[in-house]
Write a protein that binds this ligand. Structure first.
Ligand code: DAH
Length: 349
């Protein structure tokens, strides 16, 4: 037994884990072999119990030496494993960190906020409505005739179809924000002075000039004795705030089912100052929105007495506003999330 102990001590002194791939596992294996419950140490202690009395002292000392040697070796191995993990860690904690990209607001959000701010300064508040709408709020209550072409499936995305006849039901994605006017009139009494920004959907092929998803800001003002002059002055104020103090406006007669009279508004071209360039196609004018006096049928449909109250409404495309203001040539850029495009607007808040 004495020789055996001496042999193990020798083995322990010579043991190495340098070349071993999984060092942590090798250390554990070593520990279990000598110091585990069924390990060499315990086995030798069992034998020690049966050894003759006169040998016990000498054997006891040798056994303790073996145990200490095994424990010290395990400690040594563990330290070695820890150190080599640290050495393999290639992170240099003294290096300065990368710049964190803080991101910025999307140019469409900036433009929407800008429009909202301009109208907030003259007392307009913001209202919201659902993107999934019904036929009544988007068309019927806005005086669209039953056979009006805007109700056609070619323009409108219907959310549900009648399974029996495969015809659209009246649940649809709103094609304009004008329907929010109806929702506001249903829940508020005049005076009403609101703008209604939001996302709209039309079944259009995607190109530089058209998209199936875009944004509008709708405006509605209803009170006693609201006149076309109020509309014109409000929009002139908006145009100057948005595009600069020298901006001029012109109103051209137009048609919308929900306004009478209706108009389209142009601003003097902010690129060439009205002289004519390729942006305004040589005309000196840029079309920016539709507007008009709210049709009495629309007021009455939402329970507002058209003899007592009158109002004006307008609606504009946010993508178009941003295109004109920031000279963006292609609508698709807004939705592609190309950082080279988005970063150009970092300084806007
Ligand atoms: N809803 C119209 C569109 O999508 C825009 C519009 C025109 C809104 C005239 C109005 C308005 O409120 O009075 O083209």
């Amino acid at each position: 037994m004495k020789e055996l102990i001496a042999k193990y001590i020798e083995e322990i002194r010579a043991a190495k884990i340098d070349g071993i791939e999984d060092k942590a596992a090798a250390v554990e294996q070593f520990r279990v072999r000598f110091l585990g419950r069924k390990g060499i140490m315990n086995e030798l202690f069992e034998q020690f119990k049966k050894a003759p009395g006169e040998q016990k002292k000498e054997l006891g000392i040798a056994l303790n030496q073996l145990k200490t040697a095994a424990q010290e070796k395990v400690e040594e191995f563990k330290n070695f494993v820890e150190q080599s993990v640290e050495l393999n860690d290639t992170h240099d904690l003294t290096l300065p960190s990368d710049f964190a990209d803080r991101g910025s607001r999307h140019v469409l959000s900036v433009t929407m906020n800008e429009i909202a701010d301009i109208f907030a300064r003259i007392g307009f508040t913001i209202e919201d409505g659902p993107e999934i709408e019904d036929d009544y709020h988007v068309f019927t209550a806005l005086n669209f005739a039953p056979d009006h072409p805007a109700r056609d499936m070619q323009d409108t995305f219907f959310v549900e179809k009648d399974p029996n006849v495969n015809k659209p039901t009246d649940v649809l994605l709103r094609t304009h924000t004008s329907g929010v006017q109806v929702r506001v009139m249903e829940r508020q009494k005049p005076p009403i002075r609101v703008i209604m920004p939001g996302r709209v959907f039309r079944n259009e092929a995607i190109s530089a000039r058209a998209h199936c998803i875009f944004h509008q800001v709708e405006g509605l003002y209803i009170d006693k004795k609201v006149s076309f002059t109020d509309l014109k002055q409000t929009l002139l104020y908006f145009a100057k705030e948005m595009f600069g103090p020298d901006t001029q406006i012109r109103l051209r007669p137009s048609y919308f089912p929900f306004t009478e009279p209706s108009a389209e508004m142009d601003i003097s071209c902010n690129i060439c100052g009205g002289k004519g360039c390729n942006i305004c196609k040589g005309t000196g004018w840029l079309e920016i929105l539709g507007c008009g006096m709210v049709d009495p049928n629309v007021l009455e449909a939402s329970g507002i007495d058209s003899k007592e109250y009158s109002g004006f409404a307008f609606g504009m495309g946010v993508e178009r506003m941003a295109m004109l203001k920031y000279q963006i040539r292609d609508l698709r850029l807004y939705f592609e999330n190309d950082l080279r495009f988005l970063h150009q607007f970092d300084s806007l808040v």
